[in-house]
Design a protein around this ligand. Structure first.
Ligand code: GRF
Length: 207
């Protein structure tokens, strides 16, 4: 099976992106990252992409008159390169409806909690871990899911649990969860590239 053409959207450090780059290089994922786009010019993930010889570009929202026009540019860049799968790897903007429709059931996101807990509008990055600690839950984790028109509401592909220790801080919890994010994002992209994911309503069946 030819490698799946992958496009990645990032906003930050790109450690999730790096885990995909490394696993493609090791032959563990039957994919090829054709383009990385960041909405933040200073995102270190762009450096990671360039170091791996992958086309990595900054496209800022400010250059466009609307969210819709910004998303249309993203769509065009990905379509120009025949991208088949979009991975959101720490991408902090909400995608437009037209983007979701263009890549229906072909957008995978990683979220740093066990959806449907601690997710939705405004729940990203360290705020998620802060809410987890404030609530006093004994377990948190990470979720890989398909992206639909909601925020963190698409069919769940994989989840993995992380135990919350009484001594945990935002930083220690973030580190534990990020490690699990890397594991299940790689696994989710791998399964997609092996055509082993089947969406049945709200459920994702792994063949
Ligand atoms: C991480 O906190 C992760 O939870 C979320 O985006 C953040 C940045 O990850 N998905 P990365 O290091 O940029 O991949």
């Amino acid at each position: 099976m030819p490698p799946v053409k992958i496009g990645v959207l990032i906003s930050g450090g790109g450690t999730n992106l790096q885990s995909i780059i490394d696993n493609i290089k090791d032959g563990n994922i039957n994919g090829e990252i054709k383009l990385i786009i960041s909405n933040k010019e200073e995102a270190y993930g762009l450096t990671r992409g360039k170091d791996a010889g992958i086309e990595s570009i900054f496209i800022g929202r400010k250059a466009f008159d609307s969210e819709e026009e910004y998303n249309l540019r993203l769509i065009n860049e990905f379509k120009k390169r025949d991208i088949e799968l979009i991975v959101l790897a720490g991408y902090l903007k909400v995608l437009s409806k037209s983007f979701i429709h263009e890549f229906k059931e072909r957008i995978i996101n990683i979220h740093p909690s066990l959806i449907p807990s601690f997710c939705g509008k405004g729940y990203y990055g360290e705020r998620v871990h802060g809410e987890v600690l404030s609530y006093g839950v004994k377990f948190t984790g990470a979720t890989v899911h398909f992206v639909d028109e909601g925020t963190d509401t698409g069919p769940i592909i994989l989840q993995k649990v992380v135990e919350v220790d009484s001594k945990d801080t935002i930083d220690t919890l973030k580190e534990k969860v990020l490690k699990v994010e890397h594991e299940i994002l790689v696994q989710g992209v791998k399964l997609y590239c092996e055509n082993r994911l089947y969406i049945e309503g709200r459920k994702v069946i792994i063949n």
